[in-house]
Design a protein around this ligand. Structure first.
Ligand SMILES: Cc1ncc(COP(=O)(O)O)c(C=O)c1O
Length: 353
């Protein structure tokens, strides 16, 4: 049995069709706007997201940073969630590189920010306060889906206060597939959207920023500023085109596998999991016995070929993706069951070496 790696959907390897497309890609200098494959990808992405234009960038982090730089100036304020990727997992680049002050609100478990708190966080025009410019949301958030009715309400608040909105949609296609709606309908309310090719869509590299023609023209300047002007980037864009054309519908399989895994874990009395929180391809679970060490447990699983991500506070994450089939999920459940049985003999107790 091969190693079953459920740490993240970023571990996906490119499909054969992607490798062939990369090999055959027509190339040019993209900083001159002359790479035909990048241009085709950007047109495809803009159309798919329902925006005027799009810009290919190296990563989700770069896409978010370039969007922030484009919406805000130094000393401006952006409203973000306390557990959002942009705030927590991008090294504070919004402050250190863009000079943007984060106004941090608590993310609810479903990823939303409270509407009243958003409204209250918008600074009045006063010499003491930074100017609020932007509201940022994330969809999916830890695998949870932001409902279109909610994002409409946030956008209405933004419009009322002349603010811009940015969506970190690293896994926006997962949300669209789970809701069975066009991805454009989830992007419609936002001035800018970043989505990743290198996660569930399985391309090796790259993200896209989508927005108005004017926004993307300025974002292109900011991409160059942060060193993200790539030259024959068509070799990467070719794989991303395959990702858009061939890898979106199959995300439903990842969601079904995540649900199967969650339901299987829920049948184990020692496992603590909320199956109702599993909406796409990401699941979180823990162990009910506080005496069991989660890191030792993750190591015991890894010794059996099953990789999951141990987090703080006794929780673990598992993510389904391209390359993980139903039989891998069944094997993963058997590995968890075996390791829990071994745990009963004491080898997973906190303090065990
Ligand atoms: C929600 C979210 N946004 C942004 C990113 C950043 O993407 P990248 O790793 O391509 O920089 C990630 C990466 O895992 C993510 O999960």
């Amino acid at each position: 049995m091969k190693r079953i790696d459920l740490r993240s959907d970023t571990v996906t390897l490119p499909s054969q069709a992607m490798r062939e497309a990369m090999h055959k890609a027509e190339l040019g200098d993209d900083v001159f706007g002359e790479d035909p494959t990048v241009n085709r990808l950007q047109e495809l992405a803009a159309r798919r997201l329902g925006k005027e234009d799009a810009l290919f960038v190296a990563s989700g982090t770069m896409g978010n940073l370039v969007s922030l730089l484009t919406h805000c100036g130094r000393g401006h304020e952006a409203i973000v969630g306390d557990r959002s990727h942009m705030y927590r997992y991008e090294q504070g680049g919004m402050a250190s590189l863009a000079g943007i002050h984060a106004r941090v609100l608590a993310n609810q478990p479903d990823g939303t920010l409270n509407l009243t708190e958003i409204e209250q966080a918008i600074n009045a025009c006063d010499v003491h306060f930074a100017r609020t410019r932007l509201i940022c949301l994330e969809n999916t958030f830890a695998g949870r889906i932001l409902k279109p009715s909610y994002t409409c309400q946030v956008a209405a608040v933004a419009r009322r206060h002349q603010l811009k909105t940015h969506l970190d949609g690293a896994r926006l296609f997962n949300a669209a597939i789970a809701l069975d709606c066009p991805v454009a309908s989830l992007a419609a309310e936002f001035d800018s959207v970043q989505f990743c090719f290198s996660k569930g869509l399985a391309a090796p590299v790259g993200s896209m920023i989508c927005g108005s023609r004017e926004f993307i023209a300025q974002a292109r300047r900011n991409r160059k500023l942060v060193g993200g002007g790539m030259r024959q980037a068509g070799v990467l864009a070719a794989a991303a085109i395959v990702a858009l054309e061939e890898m979106v519908e199959r995300l439903a399989e990842d969601h079904a596998n995540a649900r199967r895994l969650a339901e299987g874990l829920a049948e184990m009395p020692q496992v603590d999991i909320d199956v109702s929180a599993v909406e796409t391809n990401i699941i979180f679970f823990g162990l009910k016995d506080p005496g069991l060490d989660i890191k030792l447990f993750a190591q015991a699983l890894a010794d059996e070929g099953l990789l999951v991500l141990p987090l703080g506070a006794g929780r673990m994450r598992a993510v389904t993706h391209f390359g993980i089939e139903r039989e891998h999920i069944d094997e993963a459940l058997r590995v968890v069951e075996r390791s829990l049985a071994a745990g009963r003999s004491g080898c997973l107790q906190t303090g065990t070496v």
